[in-house]
Design a protein around this ligand. Structure first.
Ligand SMILES: *[C@@H]1O[C@H](CO)[C@@H](O)[C@H](O)[C@H]1NC(C)=O
Ligand SMILES: *[C@@H]1O[C@H](CO)[C@@H](O)[C@H](O)[C@H]1NC(C)=O
Ligand SMILES: *[C@@H]1O[C@H](CO)[C@@H](O)[C@H](O)[C@H]1NC(C)=O
Ligand SMILES: *[C@@H]1O[C@H](CO)[C@@H](O)[C@H](O)[C@H]1NC(C)=O
Ligand SMILES: [Cu+2]
Length: 386
């Protein structure tokens, strides 16, 4: 199965409004003073969690996957989608639905204006809003775990740069049925059953894992592979995801949001593509090729690893923002050296105050609102790694 090339950003969200969002809506309508954070939540690297913290997170994710509910589609007719789906599936579906709608609906034109072209691998990232959409998406997921599943522990992230020399052996792929996310699946091409189904860790069906709804019901799939050779100058992920790449992305791009995002885009895609299966948007075998979602990453949040990876990207953005005053609110439709104004890589409309609509069930969010993770409503920070 050809491995999909991924889009960059995550979109949100159909889940019910969080308390914070509702309050924000009230604040916007002038009924309330801006709110302050209480205690900041601390996000921690996966391997620094105790086993019991890991199990708590895994358990909360499984809980979200066990809460069945109906939901409205994002199409204009607002039909109810058929089938068995969970609060967890919502996050995958939002990814897909917003993108599909964005291509059909005038309603979503503002989305298109702010996120113009999917940033393909080796094309410069054109999405100047993705980091902020991503930050909000991850925050909403975390909020959902806390609200719907009583999660009280830290939001984990996966610093893959610590594992780049041997990604296969990363602690995020632990086998433990209680606290492990599991490893690669069985992808044996000669076996008709094998579809890269993950058989280890807490998300394996045999260990009480959940079935995912999108694009058809199936268990979690992974196909860990170091990919090389798509492009002449391409290096395997064990070369592109190390500390040197991270330093290049964060230290050599001061004041240049565009270059920073481009470097992040490459690392982002390389992790998705290394892990394969659901995280790479590879279609389940049981789905006919022509029924496979065209948008490669539509269901990539199926793999709980998605959240650990995206929290890491969020962490790197935060780190970059705090490296230099010119980085903190760096956000615009224009790179520092606009040599070609007609290129689709440049979005003249992207603006930190441009509201990103999140459908009828969510208040629109402006990138500026998520610049400071330590300010309300986000109210978290990243732990210093040991
Ligand atoms: C697993 O990934 C490799 C590398 O991309 C690919 O060649 C292979 O077809 C994949 N296997 C399945 C079953 O998707
Ligand atoms: C990356 O993996 C390849 C095998 O796929 C190996 O030959 C190479 O030495 C590794 N590079 C690093 C920097 O670990
Ligand atoms: C970092 O950037 C330098 C200069 O552009 C380049 O030569 C080097 O290969 C980069 N390193 C990595 C790991 O990307
Ligand atoms: C500018 O970008 C447009 C669209 O990508 C392209 O068609 C055109 O050739 C570019 N012009 C120059 C001078 O690079
Ligand atoms: Cu991603």
């Amino acid at each position: 199965m050809a491995r999909s090339i991924l889009f960059l950003f995550a979109l949100a969200i159909l889940t019910a409004l969080s308390h914070a969002q509702r309050s924000y809506a009230r604040e916007e309508s002038g009924q309330r003073q801006p709110q302050k954070c209480g205690k900041l939540l601390i996000r921690k690297e996966w391997r620094t969690l105790t086993n019991s913290e890991k199990s708590e997170w895994v358990g909360a994710v499984k809980c979200l996957g066990s809460v069945r509910h109906e939901r409205l589609s994002l199409t204009q007719d607002k039909t109810i989608l058929e089938g068995k789906r969970s609060l967890y599936d919502d996050f995958s579906y939002s990814h897909a639905a917003v993108r599909h709608s964005a291509h059909r609906n005038a309603y979503f034109l503002p989305w298109r204006a702010s996120i113009p072209v999917p940033p393909f691998l080796y094309c410069p990232s054109s999405s100047h809003t993705y980091t902020s959409a991503d930050r909000w998406f991850t925050y909403l997921f975390d909020t959902s775990l806390r609200r719907n599943c009583g999660y009280r522990g830290p939001t984990p992230y996966w610093d893959w740069s610590r594992d780049h020399a041997d990604l296969f052996d990363s602690p995020v792929f632990e086998d433990s049925p209680e606290h492990g996310l599991g490893g690669t699946g069985d992808c044996d091409p000669s076996s008709p059953e094998a579809d890269c189904t993950v058989a280890t860790g807490a998300f394996a069906l045999s260990n009480g894992g959940f079935e995912l709804a999108w694009p058809i019901p199936h268990p979690l799939r992974r196909n860990l592979t170091l990919i090389t050779g798509w492009f002449a100058h391409e290096l395997p992920q064990n070369r592109t995801l190390g500390p040197a790449s991270v330093r290049n992305a964060t230290e050599r791009t001061t004041g240049d949001f565009f270059s920073f995002q481009r470097a992040m885009a490459l690392m982002h895609n390389h992790v998705h593509n290394f892990v394969g299966g659901d995280l790479a948007g590879d279609c389940p075998k049981a789905l006919r090729e022509q029924d496979c979602p065209g948008m490669a990453d539509s269901f990539t949040p199926n793999d709980p690893l998605f959240w650990l990876h995206h929290a890491q990207l969020d962490r790197l953005w935060n780190e970059w923002q705090r490296r230099h005053p010119s980085n903190f609110a760096a956000f615009s439709g224009m790179p520092l050296t606009p040599h070609n104004m007609t290129s689709s890589s440049y979005d003249l409309h992207a603006h930190a105050d441009h509201l990103m609509p999140f459908d009828v069930q969510s208040v629109p969010v402006a990138p500026r609102m998520v610049f400071d993770i330590e300010a309300w409503p986000l109210c978290y920070r990243y732990a210093d790694e040991e």
